[in-house]
Design a protein around this ligand. Structure first.
Ligand code: SAM
Length: 293
């Protein structure tokens, strides 16, 4: 059954009395070329465990199951879970379908129960757009045993993920994604590749998890500075960072000690510069503040 064929998808939905749920971001991929590019970007090996979020009707799942050792999917829509269990899961012994909300499922437990100690998984997904950013942040911040995350996201979100400092789209998401991973845009995807067509274009982003933080700063301190800097985007750094509960003179002295002009805006700072500010604000006596992940 070629699930990338729109006619096949429509018949399957009709057979189960289902309709695409807009509120769950149900835009199904119907473009074989894009599906192949996603699978290729994940460079799957026969012993890989893949976690797929939002398998839908199983179009991507089917292809993942051909390459990976095991595919574990989390789908929120009960109707789709039923279809998946009766089609893709039945046809492929290495597919497991879990009914749940990917934002709430205990992912550490889920992975630990299915992997050998020391093993790491990959996340591959065409994400529901309404929760892309919190889901990606969750995957990164929870420090799950992952080597790579390959996801289809809205084009604008992909641009933010890979934005360099100083660009209009550089923000807290760019810093977080670049802190935890090495991201790259694999493919830009036209809205015509989906059924039903969404109102926006998309892109596939591959994020390779870094084994070590790329900069020398305690993660909690680093992200406090990042959040404060971008929380007050239009303000100078010195004014934005006073929201950390420090007086202006202290912030000014820390910025100067870090070699950063206090009148700059947060959006111009590189990861290295955010780390230098965090060290001067929270570990001013010198020494490495880096505590690993
Ligand atoms: N993977 C399929 C494909 O590429 O055709 C479907 C992708 S569709 C963009 C997103 C899928 O995520 C839908 O099947 C939707 O029901 C599911 N979904 C939405 N919110 C979810 C959540 N919180 N947890 C798990 N799945 C969710």
């Amino acid at each position: 059954m070629d699930l990338a064929n729109p006619g096949v998808l429509k018949r399957l939905m009709a057979q189960y009395g289902l309709r695409p749920q807009h509120r769950l971001g149900q835009n199904f991929l119907v473009d074989g070329r894009v599906l192949d590019a996603i699978v290729a970007a994940a460079a799957l090996e026969p012993d890989d465990l893949v976690l797929e979020i939002g398998p839908g009707l199983g179009t991507l799942t089917q292809r993942l199951a051909e390459r990976a050792g095991r595919v574990v999917c989390i789908e929120l829509d009960r109707g789709l879970v039923q279809v998946l269990r009766e089609t893709v899961q039945k046809a492929s012994s290495n597919v497991e379908v879990i009914h749940g909300d990917a934002g709430r499922v205990d992912l550490h437990k889920l992975l630990e129960e299915r992997m050998a100690p020391g093993q790491k998984a990959k996340v591959v997904a065409n994400l529901p757009y309404y929760i892309t950013t919190p889901l990606v942040m969750r995957l990164l911040e929870e420090e799950l045993p992952l080597t790579q995350v390959v996801v289809m996201v809205q084009k604008e979100v992909a641009d933010r993920m890979v934005s360099p400092p100083g660009s209009k789209t550089y923000g807290a998401l760019s810093v977080a994604v670049q802190y935890y991973t090495e991201p790259r845009v694999v493919l830009r995807v036209n809205r015509a590749s989906f059924m039903p067509q969404p109102d926006v274009d998309s892109a596939v982003v591959s994020m390779r998890l870094r084994p070590e933080p790329p900069v020398d700063a305690e993660a909690a301190d680093f992200f406090k500075v990042v959040r404060a800097a971008f929380g007050q985007r239009r303000k100078s750094l010195v004014n934005a960072l006073t929201t950390l509960g420090m007086d202006k003179a202290t912030v000014q002295a820390a910025l100067e000690a870090a070699g950063i002009d206090p009148s700059r805006r947060g959006e111009s700072l590189s990861l290295e510069e955010f780390a230098a500010v965090a060290r001067k604000l929270f570990a001013p006596d010198g020494g490495s503040a880096c505590g690993g992940w």
